[in-house]
Design a protein around this ligand. Structure first.
Ligand code: CUA
Length: 330
């Protein structure tokens, strides 16, 4: 492989990170747009300064080689260049500081009523709660936040154990989730879509498997989603799912998970009331399918070593029934 090929490889793999569903350069929300503008200004200004310094350095090196530079004392030009450089440095640093200050203010300022959603970081998943003045309308979900397009959403960020960091690059900057403290982060999506995010603070063994999805829906879809998530599971299920529920209640599963409308009310693990409607399981680890649900339930420790879910011994029949039960919780 030639040197050019290697350089091209690094350039292309670097550029590949600049777009897509998890990029701070592919922005679709006001806070992220402000941050990208600030970053672009920093890169251009600092790049320009860097070029000037390099040219000055090359000029000085060439002069010293050709013997043009002599041992004469500094002339008036030296003073002018030095004071010019000091003044320019002061102006640039002050300018960038002011730009940073206004960007920080802009990304935190919401216009009008912001929707409030609470997000708690846990090793290694996200507990999401949609608060409501009427407790009957409150609900909890996990690892997937739905928001309406064009509305400010204020996330209340907390942690149950260690420091995590909420980062959905296309919508906003990072904000830490710190135990014993409540932080807030304003996010906003200008167009419908699915925006992937990631815990951005090392928080233990499965830090890299702590993904999150923000799904931006138009007003009507968002209202439909809210209504469906508020519903409890009260319908009759098919025989296999029903058998799965019996296994779920008889085994330790129900001690850790809630399925609203049924008799499981554990709160250690994620609320599973509508687990079948979520796009992923295991905090972005696997796409939700009957197969991945079965694989996860059969052996969560192989798929995500160190997580809090133990391996519950099940017969193949029980595994099939319980997976069907999970999949039916839409
Ligand atoms: Cu949570 Cu890294």
């Amino acid at each position: 492989m030639k040197v050019v090929d290697i350089l091209l490889f690094f350039f292309l793999t670097g550029v590949a990170g600049c777009s897509g569903s998890q990029s701070a350069l592919d922005v679709h929300g006001a806070p992220a747009i402000h941050l990208k503008d600030l970053m672009t200004a920093f890169v251009w200004i600092c790049g320009f300064v860097w070029l000037l310094v390099i040219f000055a350095l090359i000029y000085a090196l060439v002069r010293s080689r050709t013997g043009e530079a002599s041992t004469q004392p500094d002339g008036p030009w030296t003073k002018i260049v030095v004071s010019g450089a000091v003044a320019a440095t002061g102006v640039i640093i002050t300018g960038l500081t002011i730009a940073s200050y206004y960007t920080t203010r802009a990304i935190d300022g919401s216009q009008g009523d912001a929707i409030s959603i609470s997000v708690k970081g846990e090793q290694w998943w996200w507990r999401i709660r949609y608060p409501n003045r009427d407790p009957a309308l409150e609900f909890e979900t996990a690892n997937e936040i739905h928001i309406p397009v064009g509305r400010d959403v204020r996330l209340q960020l907390e942690s149950a154990d260690v420091i995590h960091s909420f980062w959905v690059p296309s919508l906003a900057g990072k904000q830490d989730l710190v135990p014993g403290r409540s932080n807030t982060l304003l996010i906003r999506a200008e167009r419908p879509g699915i925006y992937r995010g990631q815990c951005a603070e090392f928080c233990g063994l499965q830090h890299s498997h702590m993904g999150i999805l923000v799904v931006a829906d138009d007003e009507a879809s968002y209202a439909r989603w809210l209504a469906s998530q508020r519903k409890v599971q009260s319908q009759t299920m098919d025989p296999e799912a029903s058998a799965g529920e019996k296994v779920f209640l008889a085994k330790p599963c129900a001690a850790c998970h809630t399925v609203r409308g049924r008799s499981s009310t554990g709160t250690t693990g994620p609320d599973l009331t509508h687990v079948g409607s979520r796009q992923t399981i295991g905090a972005g680890l696997l796409e939700t399918t009957p197969g991945s649900l079965a694989a996860w339930i059969a052996d969560p420790q192989t798929l995500k070593p160190g997580n809090n879910m133990p391996m519950v011994p099940l017969t193949s029949n029980e595994l099939r029934q319980i997976s069907r039960y999970m999949d039916s919780l839409k």
